[in-house]
Write a new protein. Structure first.
Length: 155
C-alpha cells in the first residue's frame, strides 16, 4: 500500500515536470509550437523507454501541448516573378524559373524531367512527370503555357 502511494506521487510528479517543462518552452519565444510539441513528446517517449509508465489519458489532461496554427502560404505575385526573371543571367536558370512559376511543379520534379517527357505535338504541350519524383508517388501530366514553350525552344 505504501509502495503504491509513492508510485502515485512519482507518477503525478512526472506530469508536473512535463507541464513545467512545457510552460518553460512556451515562455521562451524562440521556439515554435511544433518544436515545443516535439520536445515534450520526446521526453515522454524517453520516460516510456526507461519503463516509467505514463497514462496517455492523464497525460492529455495534465500536460497542455500548444495548438499548432497553420497559416496559409501566399503565392508570389506576378511582379515578384517578373523581378526574379529579370535578374536571371543564365538562360537555363530563367527557363527553370518560368517552368516552376507557370506549372506549379516542385523543384525536384522539374529537375528530373527528361527530353522524352516533353510532348510538344499535343495541344497544349504537356510534360509527363514520373511518380518516382513526385510527393504523392503518382504519375501526372502537366500542361505548358505558350511562354514556357517559347522559352524551352530557345534553349
Amino acid at each position: 500500500m505504501i509502495l503504491s502511494i509513492k508510485l502515485k506521487r512519482v507518477y503525478w510528479s512526472l506530469h508536473s515536470i512535463l507541464c513545467r517543462y512545457c510552460s518553460y518552452l512556451k515562455s521562451n519565444n524562440n521556439k515554435s509550437t511544433i518544436t515545443i510539441k516535439q520536445r515534450i513528446i520526446a521526453v515522454r517517449n524517453f520516460f516510456e523507454y526507461c519503463n516509467i509508465d505514463i497514462n496517455p489519458k492523464k497525460f492529455k489532461l495534465k500536460v497542455r501541448l500548444p495548438k499548432i496554427v497553420r497559416r496559409n502560404k501566399e503565392a508570389l505575385s506576378k511582379k515578384d516573378v517578373i523581378g526574379i526573371l529579370n535578374n536571371c543571367s543564365d538562360i537555363r536558370l530563367k527557363t527553370y524559373v518560368i517552368l516552376l512559376a507557370t506549372t506549379g511543379m516542385r523543384a525536384v520534379e522539374a529537375l528530373n524531367i527528361h527530353i522524352k517527357d516533353i510532348d510538344f505535338e499535343s495541344r497544349p504541350a504537356t510534360i509527363y512527370v514520373r511518380g518516382e519524383n513526385t510527393k504523392t508517388k503518382t504519375d501526372r501530366i502537366v500542361f505548358l503555357t505558350y511562354e514556357v514553350i517559347d522559352q524551352l525552344n530557345t534553349c
